[in-house]
Design a protein around this ligand. Structure first.
Ligand code: ADP
Ligand code: MG
Length: 583
């Protein structure tokens, strides 16, 4: 093909592709515009996960009717005038691209009335084609309504994830702004239901409790530091609250949520040795610095920044977080009450913290936590898929079984082995598709669980699966649920905590296959229910565990992939004892 200029339509779709990737990107741009317009109240509503409609309404200063047609043009902005301005950006927007981009991949209607104007103006942009300006009646402020997103970019539509994933992205995004702007009232409506709302009273901890639940919010530690021209404030989790990913670590630079792997590793570094391997803190850190000390014009989505003095910023983060942890938080393990796990061992938030409701009712003490050995030795030598029949020798360190086979010695991790046994026993009925549900045990007293709004939605989505694996859960008010039955395997475990752990798993899932979700759920349940390291087993129990393990289809690993056994062959023993030279 000869070289030619792209048509404006194609060019604008290409440009839109960088800014508007999914429904949450539309929400981001529109919320930023509302904030830049000085809104006191921002209302976001979403239909069909944003495919059908996304609407953002604000009570900000509005767009003068004679500028409305210009506002939807590419590179039209009221926020910067000269190149010099790019180094002093005080607003969230500055590229003049968002409205043009959104309008080119949807049917976008903007209705806006500046305060003091009698009447509002409206413009519709349909797939990049702006219509004529109309006059309409409307309250002062701006409403942008985006319908049929990506109707003319089918490839993009195909890339969208499940509704619940898109919801989660939107929820997380609005939550981030709500936290950074506690003086502004935010309302998020998903499919006609209020996902969350904040009061706008300026109390960040109150916003945190809307987002993460009262229990977690209360325990978050405050960070405050001033170093040079950098001011740092925010909240971090104590070492007793951890997450399995970094998704709850958020940084803001001058009020703008940013993604910066280096910042987040600086933070995680500050927790070094305080958290178990594979667990991450939660954090919301606000960095304020002179606008000319940071370049925000790095990427069209404005989610990345470049610091002029990056090492200074990282050091400030690390030092202030470490300081907050050491002043507020107990040294791991030292202050745990007898019989309770040390902090470093706590695997999930909330598991060992009784909810307010539970302490009133006086719940029974929960069983000992499992001890996860992060430095589990690798198997010395791979073993055949089917282990030979084993003769029990005994238990050592109340954690391992020692057994003898025809070819040497076997060390068996009792927890991992039991996990495997339970997993196979439980998964088989589900796989057989006989429809037989997993055995459940009704609770004498139902247990109340309070969830964040996004967790509550996940729960509703996943109720059928949870029921198949033995949970019986009912809604109880807006984001509270009653657990009425749990899988029999989990009898004796805190039901609320068990449910939270499972939800956390769902949260990390992108587009889960039903069968995989079930398998993972069951693996989780088995982990909870399996005998722990530190638990003394009678010789009968030890022998039963060996027999059960031998009967498993995949006896060599636990459902999470860790080895259940280590084999020391006679050959290895002989070489180790110097009876035979190395091969
Ligand atoms: P940018 O935010 O980078 O300036 P946008 O395309 O998002 O670019 O918006 C273009 C212009 O439209 C903004 O500069 C602003 O003047 C105006 N505008 C957009 N949304 C609003 C709003 N909600 N309230 C007031 N003005 C708005
Ligand atoms: Mg903008």
């Amino acid at each position: 093909m000869p070289i030619r200029l792209l048509s404006p339509e194609v060019a604008s779709q290409i440009a839109a592709g960088e800014v508007i990737e999914r429904p949450a990107s539309v929400v981001k741009e529109l919320v930023e515009n509302a904030l830049d317009a000085g809104a006191g109240h921002v209302r976001v509503s979403v239909e069909a996960a944003g495919r059908k409609r996304i609407e953002v309404a604000d009570d900000g200063h509005g767009i003068p009717s004679n500028e409305l047609a210009l506002a939807v043009e590419r590179h039209a902005t009221s926020k910067v005038a000269s190149a010099e301005d790019l180094f002093h950006i005080q607003t969230l927007g500055f590229r003049g691209e968002a409205l043009a981009s959104i309008g080119s991949v949807s049917r976008m209607t903007i209705t806006s009335r500046p305060e003091g104007d009698e009447i509002a103006a409206r413009i519709i942009v349909d797939g990049g084609h702006p219509g004529r300006l109309e006059q309409v009646g409307a309250p002062s402020g701006t409403v942008v309504s985006v319908e049929n997103l990506f109707f003319n970019v089918p490839a993009r539509l195909k890339f969208l994830k499940s509704d619940s994933t898109e919801h989660r992205q939107i929820d997380q995004l609005v939550a981030r702004y709500a936290l950074a702007y506690p003086r502004i009232r935010f309302h998020l409506w998903l499919e006609g239901r209020a996902a969350f709302q904040t009061s706008g009273n300026g109390d960040q901890r109150e916003v945190l409790s809307v987002l993460y639940g009262v229990d977690v919010a209360r325990q978050l530690l405050e960070v405050l530091a001033e170093e040079g021209n950098i001011r740092l404030t925010g909240f971090i989790s104590p070492t007793s609250i951890t997450r399995s990913t970094r998704k709850d670590i958020v940084f803001y630079v001058n009020g703008r949520p940013v993604q910066d792997p280096a910042l987040s590793s600086a933070l995680v570094q500050a927790y070094h040795t305080l958290l178990m391997v594979g667990r991450f803190p939660m954090a919301a850190i606000f960095i304020e610095m002179p606008p000319d000390a940071v370049d925000v014009n790095v990427h069209p989505t404005k989610a990345e920044v470049r610091f002029r003095e990056s090492s200074q910023v990282f050091t400030a983060v690390q030092r202030s977080v470490r300081r907050a942890l050491l002043t507020h938080a107990p040294v791991p393990g030292l202050e745990a009450p007898p019989g309770w796990p040390s902090y470093a061992q706590v695997e999930t938030p909330g598991l060992w913290q009784r909810s307010a409701w539970e302490s009133k009712v006086g719940a029974a003490p929960y069983p000992q936590p499992e001890v996860l050995d992060s430095q589990a030795a690798a198997p010395l030598q791979s073993i055949e898929s089917r282990p030979p029949l084993l003769r029990l020798v005994g238990q050592i360190a109340t954690a391992y079984l020692v057994a003898e086979g025809p070819d040497g010695l076997y060390l068996i991790d009792q927890h991992a082995a039991h996990e495997r046994v339970l997993f196979e026993k439980w998964l088989r009925p589900l796989e057989s598709q006989s429809g037989a549900p997993v055995p459940a045990q009704s609770l004498l007293q139902p247990v109340l669980v309070e969830l964040s709004s996004s967790q509550a939605r996940l729960l509703v989505d996943q109720l059928p699966i949870l029921e198949r694996v033995g949970f019986k859960v009912e809604p109880f008010g807006s984001s509270a649920y009653l657990v009425r039955a749990v899988p029999t395997l989990l009898a004796g475990v805190d039901p609320a905590a068990a449910l939270r752990v499972l939800l956390e798993d769902f949260e990390e899932d992108e587009t889960p296959l039903q069968a995989e979700v079930e398998a993972r759920l069951i693996a989780r349940i088995c982990k909870r229910a399996a005998v722990k390291a530190g638990q003394t087993l009678s010789p009968e129990e030890q022998r039963a565990l060996l027999r059960d393990l031998e009967a498993c289809q995949s006896p060599r690993t636990c459902p999470h992939g860790r080895p259940t056994m280590i084999h020391l062959s006679v050959d290895v023993l002989e070489r180790q004892f110097g009876r035979r030279g190395p091969r």
